[in-house]
Design a protein. Sequence first.
Length: 287
Amino acid sequence: MTTSQHILACIDGSAVTESVCDYAAWYASKLNLPVGLLHVSDVPASVRRDLSGAIGINSRQFLLEELSQLDEQRAKVVNSYSNALVQDAKSHIKDSFADVNVRIYQRHGKLLPSIEHFKEENRAIVMGRRGEDHKNSRINIGSQIETVARASDIPILICSETFKEPSSYMIAFDGSKTSIKAAWMVSKSPLLKGLKGHIVMVGNHNDAAKQSMSAAAAKLEDAGYIVEAHHLSASDAVDGLLTFQVDNDIDIMVVGAYGHSKWQQLFLGSTTTEIIASTLSPVILVR
């Protein structure tokens, strides 16, 4: 065990917070690591550029003082909320995972810089599929997921539904570098060991991709994993993977994340985002 590492759980008080806590605690228990509860507060200062020079100096000074007081009060409220949130989250984890240690981190600013502040300690990141800023969105995926995934070289677990301890998993495979890395990272971690596993490729891939999938399955088996390889003929990769997941009652998916650049994604779309938005099961992203 590396005592400095943790599983970083990003919480925001939205409806997915308990799910994030539970999956982070499950992840941490599998790796014998603590959970790092991270809540990031972004408190914008009052807008002051609209104070017109046409009003008197005394009036402007009075308004600036009032705005400063409002900023201070807002910051106090946000800090109180953050304190209550992380303490409630810690208690929630301890109720179900009493043996998991919990660290609390509270920062001001933006999420990605806050995550990167703990880069050396992060073993994995757990985030909610739908954040507070997207709770009424038709596409059920938070705005921060792709940003964090593209900047990270560690696994990111995305969840939303009530925690269910996984008993099976599937690795989405297409012969790309990210899918090969996903299989390799699974083989090197105890997280999914003992679960029934599947490595699934959809479409008419060439012989090199098929051989790559066979090699990935063999590597997992050599590492002590229980895994079956499947090559499906469905015309659409996302539909094929999701159908296989439902038909085989798969509890958790492992996906190579955002293999295309953002520029390419404008034209090709993102298989990663489609999968995250289309399944209710937790997804582990590997980039």
